[in-house]
Design a protein. Structure first.
Length: 85
C-alpha cells in the first residue's frame, strides 16, 4: 500500500505529492493553473491521476489508473492534504 501526502502552496500554485511505500519515498512536484486541476503522475511503477479542487473546502483525490495492477482493490487512494500558506 502507498500512503500519499499532498502539500499545496497556494501563493506559488505548487503541488507536491509524496508517496511512501515500504519505507521508500518518492516525490512528484508540479504547478497548477486553475482552481479545478486534473493531472497524472507515475510513482513506484504505477500510474495515478489526481484531482485538486481549491474551493471553500479544498479536496484532493488520487486514483490508480490501471485497474489490473495490485492497487485495484483500493481504487481511490488515501491522501493526507496539507495547505501551507
Amino acid at each position: 500500500m502507498i500512503k500519499f501526502k499532498a502539500v499545496i502552496h497556494p501563493f506559488y500554485q505548487e503541488i507536491k505529492i509524496t508517496g511512501m511505500k515500504n519505507m521508500n519515498e518518492e516525490t512528484f512536484e508540479t504547478t497548477y493553473d486553475c482552481l479545478d486541476e486534473w493531472g497524472g503522475f507515475e510513482m513506484f511503477g504505477y500510474t495515478f491521476d489526481y484531482h485538486f479542487l481549491y474551493d471553500a473546502e479544498p479536496e484532493f483525490y488520487i486514483e490508480a489508473v490501471d485497474p489490473h495492477n495490485d492497487l485495484a482493490y483500493e481504487w481511490k487512494q488515501s491522501v493526507k492534504l496539507i495547505i501551507e500558506i
